[in-house]
Design a protein around this ligand. Structure first.
Ligand code: GLY
Length: 400
């Protein structure tokens, strides 16, 4: 009798688990459908509005509430073409492919950029997605030249790619730079030059050693002494304080080490990504809806802006990380990413059609200390939000 009762409860538990999972899946399908649908409407309107301004790419909203754009040299220039490629991928809508190609080619000259590290962001999001989806050889040529240009910023004495030439630093490396390594890993696989991968690995190894604190949070900027190759200063440029946890920086770190594990299968990178994920998901200042404040250490919390871009980058990284870890941790990553995507797809963050100067998400922060783009939409928030939705759809729901 007792055994029958135990079996009854085990079966009941399993069935209710399946029903719960089924409902969760249904809910996420609706979230994804809504988010991607809205992104398509907004991105088409944006693409149409700038079609004749051939040099310009969307960036944010300016002080007077107008659309602010940049030329192709801005670090943000590749995100809008990348967004168009993702939306073409998910919809098969040919008008999006035509827009994506048009906006991608606006960045062509950036393949020769050697005065900053952002060439990886710019070209891999735009030309990289274009190449992945079309295999157009002209895109490949730009990407390979871009990787060569980026590599010129590597110095063996330091072991890292130099991010900025800005004073007062001798050799500034910012955590964001982890994101540029994806272009180098791609170039290594798509050419006969294995140097690209060696540079990327060295950068990731040295950054792991010098950028992180004991709790696996990270500094924004580490500047190196160019003679000894050792760190000369650890500080911030966009965060609240040198030793604070600037949210987007933590998200770049999580994404960067997850991506480097995918590309190299080096166990230390996975361990680093897992530690960063633990740090972020368990952060005592993480709000209930899981959209981080722009900096976790701003003393004005909770009366300080959120950063939807940090949440979108984090969600995208967590969905990927969930594939590489044990089931328990994988479920935790997915649950967290799901909460973030649900919040971002709610009216609090998702723009109504035709509003928000045609950006998809509201409420991001670019540089609060400098008062630039604070509590505004940002083109990179849109890019990583759509990437995260797409990853969830393809990886978790196993849909095309
Ligand atoms: N890479 C610059 C930023 O995250 O704002």
């Amino acid at each position: 009798m007792k055994i029958r009762l135990v079996i009854f409860y085990v079966v009941l538990f399993a069935i209710s688990g399946c029903i719960y999972a089924g409902n969760g899946e249904k809910e996420m399908k609706l979230v994804i459908e809504k988010g991607l649908g809205r992104a398509i409407v907004q991105a088409k309107r944006m693409a149409c509005s700038l079609l004749e301004r051939k040099e310009r790419l969307p960036r944010s909203i300016g002080k007077q509430g107008q659309l602010s754009t940049s030329d192709a040299r801005a670090w943000t220039s590749g995100f809008f073409p990348g967004l168009l490629w993702y939306l073409y991928e998910v919809s098969g809508d040919d008008s999006l492919r035509i827009y994506a190609d048009d906006y991608t080619r606006r960045l062509e000259k950036q393949q020769y950029t050697t005065d900053n590290h952002d060439v990886g962001f710019m070209l891999y999001c735009s030309y990289g997605n274009g190449w992945r989806l079309t295999k157009d050889e002209s895109y490949k040529k730009v990407l390979l030249q871009g990787a060569k240009s980026l590599s010129t910023r590597f110095r063996p004495t330091v072991g890292c790619i130099r991010s900025w030439n800005r004073k007062p630093w001798q050799y500034a490396v910012i955590i964001d730079n982890m994101m540029n390594l994806e272009l180098l890993m791609w170039a290594s696989k798509n050419s006969d030059n294995s140097q690209f991968a060696s540079i990327a690995r060295s950068h990731a190894d040295v950054t792991m050693k010098n950028h992180f604190r004991e709790d696996y949070s990270c500094y924004h900027v580490v500047s190196y002494d160019t003679i000894s190759g050792r760190p000369e200063q650890k500080c911030t440029y966009q965060g609240y304080a040198d030793d604070s946890d600037w949210s987007r920086g933590q998200a770049w770190a999580l994404y960067g080490y997850t991506m480097m594990y995918r590309e190299t299968k080096k166990q230390e990178y996975l361990e680093q990504a897992v530690r960063i994920a633990h740090f972020l998901m368990g952060h005592p200042q993480m709000p209930e809806d899981k959209i981080p404040y722009w900096d976790f250490d701003d003393p004005d919390i909770p009366n300080t802006p959120r950063d939807a871009s940090a949440a979108a980058i984090m969600a995208s990284a967590l969905v990927e990380l969930s594939q590489y870890v044990n089931e328990l941790f994988s479920n935790r990553c997915l649950l967290f990413a799901k909460e973030q995507l649900k919040a971002l797809t709610s009216p609090a963050y998702l723009a109504e059609p035709g509003t928000n100067c045609n950006f998809v998400l509201k409420h991001s922060v670019s540089n609060k200390p400098k008062g630039t783009e604070v509590d505004k939409p940002l083109t990179y928030a849109d890019y990583y939000y759509v990437e995260a939705l797409l990853r969830y759809k393809q990886i978790v729901l196993k849909e095309k």
